[in-house]
Design a protein around this ligand. Structure first.
Ligand SMILES: Cc1cc2nc3c(=O)[nH]c(=O)nc-3n(C[C@H](O)[C@H](O)[C@H](O)COP(=O)(O)OP(=O)(O)OC[C@H]3O[C@@H](n4cnc5c(N)ncnc54)[C@H](O)[C@@H]3O)c2cc1C
Length: 293
């Protein structure tokens, strides 16, 4: 039995933020794939819920005139995977979307829930880091837009203020135009498993050289990370296997991997090196200019 005493189901964002302001004990539920498990396990403080399901405007995916892609926070992963805007402009996010859960989970689990649960293994996180996504957060007191890397506070923790909702994920045109990208999820089995490591790469290649490279890693540290040293090394270097191997090695330096029952620290570091190299090579190929030696 689920111990739910109140279920608010507002139809507009305005009424949702007003309800959250009026009742500090209300907790947000979107797809419920994390929340319902928490409640089933007895989850203290989760008996008064505000559901986002009836706010249809929050599900939309659109392309603004200035080229910004707007992904509504309650867009489920199945919709993200199938959406023509995402498939055309953000194919690595489509790869991440289809890698999570199974069909039933992808039909209900939302991108907003994947971000707001703060899980470092969330399949959207590394790609959204590589894409330098912005998060739109709204409450009765107004809205703020922050880079995704400022949102993650620690394992399972995010900087969501009281009464605040994540309403959209924004990807500016400058983050994706002319790029190639690739997401690799490494898990113990091919489906229905949480990532042991998630690697997502976005790059631009000009005349056979890396113009821009962004590497997002999930499960390589307590929060999703970028790999500054590896990214800086790549700039201006030829797109060769040797360059990609060095990028893989440098990516390990950014990590703070730890041993867990899923994998040892050494194994995770090995995965970071090898899978980053692979993801960079494939992204460069997709960017259209590979001169592998
Ligand atoms: C069988 C199974 C398999 C799974 N496999 C994967 C997997 O492969 N990869 C993966 O990444 N995850 C996986 N998950 C975890 C889960 O499905 C995802 O994290 C999912 O994206 C959560 O989204 P949701 O809409 O269901 O979130 P919910 O459960 O509704 O909410 C999650 C958290 O986010 C908060 N929240 C949700 N939306 C908002 C919002 N818009 N604003 C503010 N706060 C909000 C809630 O209050 C809650 O704290 C799996 C879960 C199950 C049950």
């Amino acid at each position: 039995m689920f111990n739910i005493s109140v279920l608010q189901e507002p139809e507009t964002l305005e009424s949702a933020v007003a309800m959250l302001k009026a009742d500090a004990d209300l907790r947000v539920i979107a797809g419920g794939t994390d929340v319902l498990i928490r409640i089933q396990h007895g989850g203290d403080g989760w008996s008064r819920l505000l559901s986002l399901r009836n706010i249809k405007a929050l599900e939309a995916i659109s392309l603004r005139e200035d080229g910004t892609i707007v992904i509504g926070a309650t867009a489920p992963f199945a919709k993200i995977f199938l959406d023509p805007i995402i498939r055309k402009h953000l194919p690595s996010l489509a790869e991440a979307a289809v890698s999570m859960g199974g069909p039933q989970i992808r039909n209900v689990a939302t991108i907003g829930g994947n971000i707001c649960n703060g899980a470092v293994s969330g399949d959207s996180a590394s790609t959204l880091f590589a894409l330098e996504a912005l998060l739109k957060l709204e409450s009765e007191d107004g809205e703020r837009i922050i880079p995704i890397h400022e949102f993650y506070a620690g394992p399972g923790k995010v900087h969501l203020r009281p009464g605040e909702l994540l309403t959209a994920v924004l990807i500016p045109r400058s983050s994706y135009q002319g790029t190639g990208g690739h997401y690799i999820k490494f898990a113990m089995r091919k489906a229905m498993d949480i990532a042991t490591l998630g690697v997502s790469v976005i790059c631009r290649v000009q005349d056979g050289r890396f113009e821009d490279l962004r590497i997002g890693l999930g499960v390589a540290a307590p929060v999703p990370i970028r790999c500054a040293e590896a990214e800086a090394y790549a700039k201006g270097r030829p797109v060769t296997v040797a360059t990609c191997q060095e990028i893989g090695k440098l990516a390990v330096k950014a990590t703070k991997a730890r041993t867990s029952w899923r994998a040892s620290k050494d194994y995770r570091e090995h995965l970071v090196e090898v899978l980053t190299e692979r993801a960079v090579l494939e992204s460069a190929k997709r960017a259209g200019d590979l001169h592998a030696e």
